[in-house]
Design a protein around this ligand. Structure first.
Ligand code: PGA
Length: 248
């Protein structure tokens, strides 16, 4: 089964409107053959980024699961869809660790995103201590099962899953190809527990210190269909070098 590679930049809390527009201008004129490309943008720059976007898809970095209501500071899937946003990152380890995002909330958020027409990128990954204690498999199983729990089997393949070992995020300490493949294969098999068709079709990304100099090796792995890239997505040249690595 050939799956379309997917390179998504996660800007985190970076880039004003003017900076987002400048990034998009630097990518303008590029058409991306054989690879899906997205950037995950702070709320305040989503509208401007989408207007300037060209062939780069624009994703949000989080959302609430309810359609509307008394949730001060939150944004719904319908609000994102209404300004043309294409997808949303859900369950990033920074949201889980720093902002209390729970597996229970993700059970509602992933199907809510799909229903609103947004592509969810569900993030999963173990801490260094969990890896050292032999708990990686248990953690990934739990996060994948919970996150996909309320997604109907026929829509499972539309979810993108990013395997992001927490010890590799923002540390410069990238997973080895063996580690990334082992985890990617496990994530895919966990989807297969729900649907054999989705197992073949679902895209599994790697995230955590992916850079232009290590991307090609990771992207060549059988169970790495792309990358979720933080630090190296802030500069267009670095980001586009990783996009190029996905198609060469
Ligand atoms: P990093 O971040 O590429 O800076 O390690 C990845 C992420 O948090 O998605």
């Amino acid at each position: 089964m050939s799956r379309m590679p997917f390179i998504a930049g996660n800007w985190k809390m970076n880039k004003t409107v003017a900076e987002a527009e400048a990034f998009m201008e630097a990518c303008a004129g590029r058409s991306f053959d054989g690879v899906d490309v997205a950037v995950c943008v702070p709320f305040t720059s989503l509208w401007a980024a989408k207007r300037a976007a060209g062939s780069v898809a624009v994703y949000a970095q989080t959302m609430h699961d309810a359609p509307s209501g008394a949730y001060t500071g939150e944004v719904s899937a319908a609000m994102l869809d209404a300004i043309g946003v294409d997808g949303v990152v859900l369950g990033h380890s920074e949201r889980r660790e720093l902002f209390g995002e729970t597996d229970k909330a993700l059970q509602r958020k992933v199907p809510a995103a799909l229903e609103a027409g947004l592509v969810p990128i569900l993030c999963v990954g173990e801490t260094e201590a969990e890896r050292e204690n032999g708990d990686m498999e248990r953690k990934l199983r739990h996060q994948v099962q919970e996150g996909l729990h309320s997604v109907p089997a026929e829509r499972l393949h539309e979810v993108v899953i990013a395997y992001e070992p927490i010890w590799a995020i923002g540390t410069g300490k990238v997973a080895t190809p063996e580690q990334a493949q082992e985890a990617g294969e496990l994530v895919r098999a966990l989807v297969g527990d729900r649907s054999k068709e989705a197992e073949q079709r679902v895209r599994v990304l790697y995230g955590g210190s992916m850079k232009p100099n290590n991307a090609a090796e990771l992207l060549a792995l059988p169970d790495c269909d792309g990358g979720l890239i933080g630090g190296a997505s802030l500069k267009p040249d670095d980001f586009l070098a990783i996009v190029d690595a996905a198609t060469s």
